[in-house]
Design a protein around this ligand. Structure first.
Ligand SMILES: Cc1cc2nc3c(=O)[nH]c(=O)nc-3n(C[C@H](O)[C@H](O)[C@H](O)COP(=O)(O)OP(=O)(O)OC[C@H]3O[C@@H](n4cnc5c(N)ncnc54)[C@H](O)[C@@H]3O)c2cc1C
Length: 308
């Protein structure tokens, strides 16, 4: 790729993305940039021609990258962005830190961020998706976040700026989240660790945690409340309407709606992005035909399909 600014981190052209996503599918990015630190990220974004799109990526646990790849510079944060520090009842975490590590470090310090323990993403992805489970959302513990804008400026974002909703937020196009401050309730470290162990066990019992998936395929149908707060009710579960349409275990190529949890789509080993997305669209159509409910994708699909 031409016109790319010089960097201190790693910049790789035409980089395959399939090994960077949980579903293990997808074509290459025009370039992959792994910045060394904040200053490196800032100067890259400032000097990158505005016509070249950027796509910030976490650890790819909520992504289908299409088979033709991504005509953009993918920015993936790594070392240099994964620090975690606890002080009082607050935790500051880099956007590349894994949710599970943040939850564990917080618990060591007697801070309850336990809901993050079983979500396999990074803090950047948790912020962007307002990730949550067991009745808690990222929005509930959020204090502030910092991002580098497409122009290379560091900005601090408040909860109002983020505008958290159910599995959605507002983030300016091309902005890269770099870290965040969270505040959690106080708890006894041993009790918090025990709760996380119980949550992990529950996950393994009810979800295909050993398969290649991207978590819930569709959002639970809204229409009740969508503020993204813990008091939200999403009674109408996507897995139920998928079951009612007889689609548990449905297959297309190497893609399958999991037998264990019908809202989890899995790559059985040979799936392409087209198999996965095609199966999802087929499920949406059949659910609509049988119940009148329109399922919305929770998995983000990015990039281009393969052209013959
Ligand atoms: C087995 C399994 C279980 C799951 N369970 C849950 C669950 O209980 N609850 C839940 O909410 N989710 C769940 N997920 C989905 C997923 O883990 C979350 O959405 C997670 O927050 C995504 O984080 P990520 O780092 O993988 O982001 P990615 O998938 O890489 O990206 C997701 C989005 O975040 C954006 N993004 C990532 N990093 C940044 C950044 N630094 N700056 C700006 N934007 C960024 C990307 O552009 C993209 O739009 C599950 C997934 C799996 C595989």
């Amino acid at each position: 790729m031409k016109d790319l600014p010089g960097v201190r981190g790693r910049l790789t052209s035409d980089r395959a993305l399939n090994d960077l996503t949980w579903l293990r599918v997808g074509g290459p990015a025009d370039a992959l940039f792994q910045p060394a630190d904040i200053a490196d990220l800032q100067s890259f974004l400032r000097d990158l021609p505005l016509g070249i799109p950027v796509f910030p990526m976490g650890v790819g646990s909520n992504l289908i990258v299409r088979d033709g790849g991504l005509r953009a510079v993918v920015i993936r944060l790594g070392r240099g962005f994964n620090g975690i520090e606890a002080e009082g009842n607050r935790v500051t975490a880099g956007a590349a830190a894994l949710d599970a590590h943040v939850a564990r470090k917080a618990a060591d310090a007697g801070i309850d961020l336990t809901f993050l323990r079983t979500i396999p993403g990074s803090i950047g992805g948790a912020l962007r998706m307002n990730a949550g489970c067991y009745g808690s959302y990222t929005a509930d513990v959020f204090v502030s976040a910092r991002a580098v804008t497409r122009q290379g400026e560091v900005v601090t974002l408040s909860a109002d700026d983020m505008n958290f909703r159910y599995r959605q937020t507002d983030l300016p196009e091309g902005a890269v989240l770099i870290d965040a401050v969270f505040e959690g309730p106080e708890g006894d470290p041993a009790e918090l660790h025990a709760r996380m162990e119980a949550q992990l066990k529950k996950r393994d019992e009810t979800q295909p945690t050993k398969d290649r998936s991207a978590g819930s395929t569709f959002r639970n149908p809204a229409g009740f409340s969508s503020t993204g707060r813990a008091d939200d009710v999403h009674d109408l579960k996507a897995w139920k309407v998928i079951d009612q349409a007889g689609l548990r275990g449905a297959r297309r190529g190497g893609a399958q709606m999991s037998e264990k949890h019908s809202n989890f789509m899995i790559n059985t080993g040979t799936a392409t992005a087209a198999d996965l997305e095609g199966l999802g669209e087929e499920v949406r159509k059949k659910v609509y035909d049988s119940s009148g409910i329109t399922l919305e994708w929770e998995i983000m699909r990015v990039g281009e399909p393969l052209t013959e």
